[in-house]
Design a protein. Structure first.
Length: 307
């Protein structure tokens, strides 16, 4: 009986954060402010790295790419959500929803691989300093960035393809503020078991795989730092990775929280709130973490401001 009104729907209604009408304006102001800070902060980061030849190293090459990615990542979600809160236009067309999911999955997956590549870069720099220029060649850096995007492409094609092969019936409400895979699957009227298994398997493999690279790299880094003879060398080595460690903790901490708790499925409200954190807050914080915790960037910024 469920499949009878199997007409292809033309739009979805995003109902995340709908319950408090008074907070809609506040949400739109908050989202738009955070978005502007994200774009300006990350653009400044890119410009600082581009203009200072002393920052043309593998670490900053990855950082420049991370900033570009963060702008794209945030742009897929935030402007649209801000307008929805402000104008109350909650509908999103079928195709827009599919493309938003595609790009969100693409950039989100790529970010996980970027953070893993950056961890490997720090591991090589601290644990094999003499071989570092040889190992982290320009070619390898470019290949790692391209590989990250390719992995993102594969994942987002699988996720979007599987999700939009489902049937949607009647007035379809998505309990989220953007077309997130899990929320769209939940809105379907067909059997979603296969989709949920595919999502769990693919996302699980990506999260566990990239997190393993990160944790193993940092395990070796910490052992190497502890064994260093002088306090000064320990401090210097630690300062080059402290900002990256903070970013990793924020990103993977949020992702693990999202995917490991069964309660996330039963309380979409909590899922919405956590999503704000990794779609809007983390891309906004990254440039600040790297400028405030990183001596080279601070020195370069001062130099460029003097000019």
């Amino acid at each position: 009986a469920k499949m009878e009104n199997h007409t292809r729907i033309s739009e979805f209604i995003l109902v995340g954060f709908k319950s408090h009408p008074g907070s809609q304006v506040l949400l739109s102001v908050l989202f738009s402010t955070m978005y502007i800070v994200t774009v300006v902060g990350n653009l400044c980061m890119i410009l600082i790295i581009r203009r200072d030849s002393s920052l043309h190293t593998p670490m900053y090459f990855f950082l420049e790419n991370l900033s570009t990615l963060d702008i794209c990542y945030s742009s897929v979600i935030t402007p649209r959500a801000t307008l929805a809160f402000l104008l109350g236009r909650r509908s999103i067309s079928y195709n827009s929803c599919a493309s938003q999911m595609f790009f969100f999955s693409l950039f989100g997956t790529t970010e996980a691989f970027f953070l893993a590549a950056m961890a490997y870069d720090r591991f090589t720099a601290i644990c094999n300093p003499l071989l570092y220029p040889v190992i982290m060649s320009r070619r390898l850096c470019v290949l790692l960035v391209m590989g990250s995007y390719l992995s993102g492409c594969i994942n987002c094609t699988i996720q979007t393809g599987f999700t939009f092969s489902l049937s949607f019936c009647g007035r379809t409400e998505i309990n989220h503020f953007f077309c997130k895979v899990a929320a769209v699957i939940r809105a379907s009227c067909s059997d979603t078991l296969l989709n949920e298994l595919v999502m769990l398997a693919v996302c699980g493999a990506i999260i566990v795989g990239t997190a393993l690279v990160v944790f193993i790299s940092y395990g070796y880094i910490l052992i190497t730092i502890i064994r260093m003879p002088s306090a000064e060398s320990r401090h210097k080595a630690f300062s080059t990775c402290s900002s990256h460690m903070l970013t990793i903790c924020l990103f993977f901490g949020t992702v693990f929280f999202m995917y490991t708790q069964p309660a996330a499925a039963s309380s979409p409200g909590k899922s919405n709130t956590v999503s704000i954190f990794y779609t809007i807050v983390i891309p906004m914080l990254n440039p600040f973490i790297y400028t405030l915790r990183n001596r080279d960037v601070k020195v370069s910024l001062k130099k460029q401001l003097k000019r």
